[in-house]
Design a protein around this ligand. Sequence first.
Ligand code: DPP
Ligand code: ZN
Length: 872
Amino acid sequence: HATRRREDYRVPEYLVEEIRLTFQLYAESTVVTADTVYAVNQQSTDCTGRLQLSGENMELVEVRLDGRRLEADEFEVSAMDLILVPGKDRFELQVVTRIDPVANTALEGLYCSNGNYCTQCEPEGFRRITYFPDRPDVLARFTTRIEGDRQTCPVLLSNGNLIESGELGNGRHYAVWQDPFPKPCYLFALVAGRLVAIDDTFTTRSGRDIALRIFVEARNRDLCDHAMRSLKKAMQWDEDVYGLEYDLDVFMIVAVDDFNMGAMENKGLNIFNSRCVLASPQSATDQDFLGIEGVVAHEYFHNWTGNRVTCRDWFQLSLKEGLTVFRDQEFSSDMNSRAVQRIDDVQLIRNFQFREDSGPMAHPVRPDAYVEINNFYTVTVYNKGAEVIRMMHTLLGAADFRKGMDLYFARHDGQAVTCDDFVAAMADASGVDLGQFKRWYSQAGTPVVKVSGQWLAEKRRYVLRLRQSCPATPGQDGKEPFHIPIAVGLLDSRGRDMLNGDRDGTRVLELREREQSFSFPDIGEKPVLSFLRGFSAPVKVELDQSREELAFLLAHDTDLFNRWYAASKLSEIVVMETVARLQANAQPVLDSDFVAAVRANLQRPASDKALLALALQLPAETYLAQQMDTVDPVNLHRGREFVRSQLSSLLADEFRRIYDDNNEEGEYRITPEAMGRRSLKNVALAYLMARVPTDEEIYALCCGQYAEAGNMTDAIAALSCVTRIEGRRRQEILHHFYTRWQADPLVLDKWFTLQAVSPLADTLAEVTRLLANPSFSMKNPNKVRALIGAFCSGNHYRFHDVSGAGYAFLTDRIIELNATNPQIAARMLSPLTVWKRYDPVRQDLIRRQLERILAVDNLSGDVYEIARKSLQ
Ligand code: DPP
Ligand code: ZN
């Protein structure tokens, strides 16, 4: 398993002028003929004369150079590549390969899902289709001819425009697609199968009509409206906000059930995990609706940030992903509640990215080395990458940021470029010096900012002292200081902003030194500090604020994000205090000031119900675990549950009133207001159901909600409360749900997950039994994530059972998946990677499982890399 390094980048020795592909589709034996025109790259200084093409898992049928069939001694072929010496500067190579899409369980390259053909080529799947320079800096014009059976494959699709189609006899037909835009092969796509299309159109601002088509299996025909609406909104938004128009005449989305990722931005032919397309109020939750809108937009936005301007090499992945995540987050903020969107995005950073950044897989937003690039489609590259773009947006301001984007496209349209090129465009367009800022791309780890504030009464001055540091990460011992935008506000005793910053009461400080002070004149009373408003940088904050101050911020901060932050910080302090008492074998007690603050929050008229719902939720165990020196899963769970059940009893009347006030469900709508109301109601229900012992009337209320729910959000909310409580009725209601939704794999994913995250004692036994359920399949990544992923990553308490049974269970599954789908196997490893954070007994149990994984024969590079780094 070789390591690749960013510093070893060389420009390609040969470029591709065009490629003509012919696919003769047969289930177990598809023949691919690739006619490719190569020419020596004038920029290249390597003159080896060797043409080295990547290729894996295929049978090579024949190779022709300018029409002449090459003898076996005229090329070298290995398990990884094909090498020949063409002896000329420009030539046409024909490569014929044979592949088996049915046997392809890795879901990379060409494979079958429910009998339909589809492809996934990012990052390195094209090399499983034909021998080719499979790297993003080789851009080519593609023409694709597909031949297939008319009965089983009435629909034949590829990138670009359909230029020809017709009959072949023998019940077969063909279609030829041509993509006018040169692209790297990772953006190639082919789809063939029995699909139906949902059609619409979008007129661009220059007046071109674009045909929009979503292809699904016939049974899903009625589930595409939301995705189509989302697509049109995204197209409009990209024109309005960035002046970016779509460039082909047709834009297609295809939904498939078996897919490793969420979706893929292939030029003009996006392929989606059906989870990110299909929705109806009966079968999808509000979160699903929001997720679909976000992913549809994300893939659409890639057309400019990713496709028109692409990456030079895979170390630059965040160039397109960080930027495109930032764009989809902003889109969703404009379509829905900005504050709620921000809180959701920050929770992802705090719960998962911070954990990655402090563990053995910590890597910079622009990694320096990898064994398997699939392992670097991470929360760091994507979500921290988006935070890095967001910080530039904050430092430059919206207008200059837009100028930077315009310059980036003007300079680089049609090119494969680097993160440095992007930052250079931003710096040149704005005049802002981003030299120090670029450390966000090269240094891993989460910076810590220590804060102390002092009000000098006689000088009427407030002084803020900030100190930054960043812990060592693998391969990076010392770190240079970061350039950190810190948005702050100061509130007076009535909760009014005291600063006249550029953005109503908020000032953005630029922390560049290890230690720096900022002084605020004309502060006539002792202010309450509202720090890191809107989470203006992905850092950990060390700031001693009293519970009174936090309660004050929760009630008054003009920055809605920071109100939520204060609520979350307050709950964190109270839960961790309870955990500490449990660890000391002391009786836990709930802080009455905390209860009073929550009560006041419940009694205040809620202007934004979704925000209130978020403020009421206690931080997740995966987040709280990071706050412990040695993670103690049992007391962590007990402490958090104690706080939940205490709030439930002490505030039962308030929660009941909130539930009743928000229970009216007229016609189902997915507006931010309606979603906010549902989430507040369901948070109240969850608290009511958290009372120990269960209140019978409430239990009946919850079952009633399940039985009468007209939408999946309410049904799942009720079901999820019931699955946390042992008993016969739990079995009945789970059985009812299963029977009702047996034919809908996406809904069954929810059913698997609910059982996997249950805190009940026999959850692992139940999860193990569910592996044998006829609706479960280890071949389907959604099912693996819904059951195994949910248990191991979403059930911290039961997964970390001190018997080690959870660890052994996961290891067995990883070893199984290693042989069929290495990408998914490697993903599943993540809860084991942070083993050093646990006690010696658990450490030892996990380490032995990691060693067991490393001893497996034919271990994939994907799994090897993560297991190996975890043990180092
Ligand atoms: N499908 C992945 C995404 O869009 C990889 N490009 O983020
Ligand atoms: Zn993406």
